[in-house]
Design a protein around this ligand. Sequence first.
Ligand SMILES: NC(=O)c1ccc[n+]([C@@H]2O[C@H](COP(=O)([O-])OP(=O)(O)OC[C@H]3O[C@@H](n4cnc5c(N)ncnc54)[C@H](OP(=O)(O)O)[C@@H]3O)[C@@H](O)[C@H]2O)c1
Length: 242
Amino acid sequence: MPTVLVTGANRGIGLGFVRQYATEGWEVIACCRSPQSADDLNALATQSATSSGGRVQVEQMDVADHASVDALAKKYAGKPMDVLINNAGVPGPRGDNREFIFKQMFGTIDYAAWDDVFRINTMGALKVSEAFAENVAASAEKKIVAVSSTMGSIQEGTMPVFIYGSSKAASNWVVSMMAHELKDRGIIAMTFCPGHVRTDMGGPEAPVEVEDSVSGMRKIIAGLTLDDTGSFKRFDGETVAW
Ligand SMILES: NC(=O)c1ccc[n+]([C@@H]2O[C@H](COP(=O)([O-])OP(=O)(O)OC[C@H]3O[C@@H](n4cnc5c(N)ncnc54)[C@H](OP(=O)(O)O)[C@@H]3O)[C@@H](O)[C@H]2O)c1
């Protein structure tokens, strides 16, 4: 049974990954900040334990809390992990209230908020990758993927949300460098734009369903080879310009 670790697994795209991998018979290590209130995820774990599908293990991990990342890595030391999905992320100040989103606009940046977003979206993904790289290297598939955004693309990003966009651009750089650093160990590192997806972050008007975004990314993940390391793809397979 192959194993996947997913961060930010309690809702949105992360929960979608857990549901689909579990249905396909994978062992899923589903990480979230607050397992005690992760009702949908806990229900999925109970359901998968009683069906013929995969096994879902719910684990506490806040990607911004390095002690929690190290503690989980210690618990799973020596366990091969085929796919590591760095999905956890935050949008930073935003919302329907224009004053709120202005905190990401030139001239009115909320620098304290930027600290928090960078710690989660950029540093968090790198810290988790460092902590579990040995597990990935010991697996059959050896894949580390990030759920990033076209908003982090220098060439394609058009929305001037400085905080979120820069955190994803930096996350893309991190993936690109990990691809170089980890190639000798046979690890494939790549990054995705999941599309504009109907989640808490994407909003109720977003055109892409979680199920379609996740199945698109899973199909791409399944076909990845070392030739794809360092790539940036949309959930539908299109290449995104860096
Ligand atoms: N939806 C879109 O249209 C869209 C577009 C482009 C990229 N993305 C990216 O896709 C990823 C998933 O987004 P989504 O749409 O599913 O968003 P979402 O519904 O808001 O879910 C975000 C997930 O990240 C978790 N998270 C936040 N901070 C965390 C931390 N410090 N440690 C661990 N988990 C943390 C949240 O946990 P809590 O419940 O504890 O907050 C939640 O599970 C993000 O990286 C996002 O930037 C989304």
